[in-house]
Write a protein that binds this ligand. Structure first.
Ligand code: THU
Length: 138
């Protein structure tokens, strides 16, 4: 990885980590942070926001995507998701589809732990043969 790509990824990781620290996860105690970069370089982040009515909680990726959409942006160039514990905090199925709405097969999904990025996937590996906006008749 080039030095500039490395520092760009570190910036994304830091934003995801800050969002993770601000996550509202009093029920699962599993804090997740997500940060995405748009093609023009803007970064949007969010954490999971749980609710006493459990099904009403939302994932970190959903929060980050909502922040992006609120700004008017509609493309994800890359995204980083961070969670604690030994297991990789890969995006849940629903969030893979939410990312898909604004990304393409080659979009990089970085999965991190507290110490840094642990793995990087192309979206096509996480959500093969996906259904997207292009499938709808115009
Ligand atoms: N969670 C996320 O924020 N993103 C994911 O992709 C997986 C799960 C959250 C939802 C819930 O608040 C907590 O992690 C435990 O499932």
């Amino acid at each position: 990885m080039s030095k500039s790509a490395e520092s760009a990824l570190l910036q994304l990781f830091d934003a995801a980590k800050t969002a993770q620290a601000n996550a509202h996860a009093p029920y699962s105690n599993y804090r997740v942070g997500a940060a995405l970069r748009t093609p023009d370089g803007a970064i949007f982040a969010g954490g999971n926001v749980e609710n006493a009515s459990y099904p009403e909680g939302c994932c970190a990726e959903t929060s980050a995507i909502a922040a992006m959409a609120a700004s008017g942006a509609r493309r994800i160039a890359e995204i980083c998701v961070i969670g604690d514990g030994a297991a990789l905090c890969t995006p849940c199925g629903g969030c893979r589809q939410r990312i898909r709405e604004f990304a393409n097969d080659d979009t990089l999904v970085h999965v991190a732990g507290p110490e840094g990025v642990r793995a990087t996937f192309r979206l096509s590996a996480l959500l093969p043969e996906s259904f997207g906006p292009g499938h709808l008749p115009s």
